[in-house]
Design a protein around this ligand. Structure first.
Ligand SMILES: CC(C)(COP(=O)(O)OP(=O)(O)OC[C@H]1O[C@@H](n2cnc3c(N)ncnc32)[C@H](O)[C@@H]1OP(=O)(O)O)[C@@H](O)C(=O)NCCC(=O)NCCS
Length: 170
């Protein structure tokens, strides 16, 4: 998709971020999260995030078409350099390279937020999510079997990782 603008999310983006998140949840293969995420809920979610948990949006024609976020994987201090990424593209914007641009942006900003590694936790049925990660250089390091339940069914989760520093990459 041409003419994408990438920028940190603002309060005013809350409704669009929530609507895009809900589309992803409805697809059934993106997340274990449930529920509906309206503007008020997402505004609170945005407000609770700090320097270590950035959220970025992609705009096209002045409309938010995707968002991505980083969050620390653990409160344990020795894991402080490891973040999990999240990428959600609006249904109508998928398959046009937007997810790729968002994930590349997260990879680019992550070191500035103190991260040395990104991990992705993707349901194995999420073909687009797996291909997106692979295209951005992530490698699959394993599969958690029956990691959590969605709609009463145990689901596996593929674990992906990308080292961000030359010292440990390769
Ligand atoms: C996963 C998701 C973010 C991908 O975003 P996107 O903008 O559609 O992806 P892109 O167009 O950048 O394509 C990325 C790769 O996925 C592939 N892809 C995209 N849609 C696909 C589909 N429906 N089936 C198979 N592969 C697909 C592309 O071909 C590309 O692979 P390539 O680099 O090998 O050619 C998007 O489908 C989405 O928002 N899904 C719901 C939320 C989710 O599952 N997020 C991932 C977990 S955080």
């Amino acid at each position: 998709m041409a003419d994408l603008t990438l920028r940190p999310a603002e309060d005013v983006d809350a409704a669009a971020i929530g609507a895009i998140y809900d589309e992803g949840i409805a697809g059934g293969n993106a997340t274990f999260a449930t529920g509906v995420h309206d503007a008020a809920e997402r505004r609170a979610w945005l407000a609770a995030r700090d320097e270590r948990a950035p959220v970025w949006v992609a705009e096209h024609d002045e409309a938010v078409v995707a968002w991505g976020a980083l969050a620390p994987v653990s409160h344990r201090p020795w894991y402080h350099g490891v973040a999990e990424y999240t990428v959600y593209v609006s249904e109508s914007g998928r398959g046009a390279g937007v997810g790729r641009v968002i994930l590349e942006t997260l990879v680019a900003i992550a070191p500035g937020h103190g991260y040395w590694k990104l991990v992705g936790m993707i349901l194995p049925e999420n073909t687009a999510g797996l291909r997106l990660a692979a295209g951005c250089g992530f490698r699959q390091v394993g599969i958690h079997r029956a990691h959590a339940q969605a709609a009463g069914r145990w689901r596996d989760v593929a674990l992906l990782e990308l080292h961000l520093t030359e010292e440990i990459s390769g």
